[in-house]
Design a protein around this ligand. Structure first.
Ligand code: ZN
Length: 314
């Protein structure tokens, strides 16, 4: 997936951001104790679910691994969510392939007036473009951090939300086809599922109060910096997420520094008018390599991110 944008535009948001920080600090100091009690996210479960995804093999659109992993995911989310919507369509690639696609949307409190949208991609990349050995470049990426980590996070979040339903509506969107093609100027065969969802939302006029894309959030020694497109397009959501992490004592992972803009699934959603940010640790040594395997991700990292993800819904 994804390609860092060479030059990123930074805005000076200091005054607005600090005002927001104070506002969130006041809110969260009243809620802190309640959040701690409500927290039920289990990082050990999350990594177990990630492992199940990896056991299906690469989740490349059109393959048996994708079919089985998607079927499992639908079945799992039906056990947890109030409603599961499956969007199915065929994507025609630039080289003429017909790819079956599935977006899976697990809805909690779908009839609530306010919704929070969480996004992750469940497909994996067909080629290891970044492999160190040229002969390995044709090997599919196993997709532990780049795929399974986000899925594991969401299934475990589903456990927590089933136990303690959220205050507002929550939609967990698993997008397909994020990582299929080339991240060049055309972006023809990438971000396929998020682009489809942006054009076919679950309800007419669907407008979540905010959204977060969780991508590559499972690696050991996780350090998440603020992504430039998110800071530019939805600074108040970045402030909310980072403040929540700080309140939980996770400001050593959600650090107060910046990273460049990353072409990822938040971009089509932002273009469609949704306020969505990208939470991602793009500094990953095994990105798009055959070594993106289960041993590179940890229950501890998933536990920290899951705790933040859950607290944002409480
Ligand atoms: Zn990728």
């Amino acid at each position: 997936m994804i390609r860092p944008i060479a030059s990123t535009r930074q805005f000076n948001l200091a005054s607005r951001a600090s005002a927001l920080s104070i506002a969130f600090l006041l809110i969260s100091s009243c809620r802190g104790e309640h959040q701690a009690r409500a927290g039920k996210f289990d990082g050990e479960s999350a990594i177990r679910y990630a492992k199940v995804q990896l056991d299906f093999g690469p989740r490349i659109p059109g393959t048996q691994g994708s079919q089985r992993a998607g079927d499992w995911l639908i079945q799992q989310m039906k056990l947890r969510a109030d409603t599961v919507i499956v969007q199915e369509w065929v994507h025609a690639t630039v080289d003429g392939k017909q790819l079956p696609m599935r977006n899976i949307i697990a809805r909690f409190k779908p009839h609530a007036t306010e919704h929070i949208l969480y996004v992750t991609h469940w497909d994996t990349r067909p080629v290891s473009d970044a492999a160190d050995n040229p002969a390995d470049k044709k090997i599919p990426v196993p997709g532990a951090d780049d795929g399974a980590a986000g899925v594991g996070l969401f299934v475990a979040l589903g456990d927590a939300l089933k136990k303690t339903p959220p205050a507002s509506g929550v939609d967990l969107l698993f997008v397909d086809g994020e990582d299929y093609g080339a991240f060049d100027e055309k972006l023809a065969d990438v971000l396929i599922g998020s682009t489809y969802f942006a054009q076919h939302p679950v309800d007419p006029g669907y407008k979540p109060i905010f959204g977060v894309l969780w991508d590559m959030i499972g690696q050991k020694n996780l350090i998440i910096k603020k992504e430039a497109i998110s800071v530019q397009e939805a600074p108040e959501i970045v402030a909310r997420v980072w403040q929540t992490a700080k309140d939980l004592g996770h400001d050593d992972v959600f650090v107060a520094s910046d990273q460049g803009g990353i072409t990822d699934d938040h971009v089509p959603l932002i273009k469609a008018g949704m306020r969505v940010i990208d939470v991602i640790d793009f500094d990953y040594a095994y990105h798009h390599k055959p070594t993106d395997t289960i041993d590179k991700i940890s229950a501890e990292s998933l536990s920290i991110v899951g705790e933040v993800a859950e607290a944002l819904l409480r």
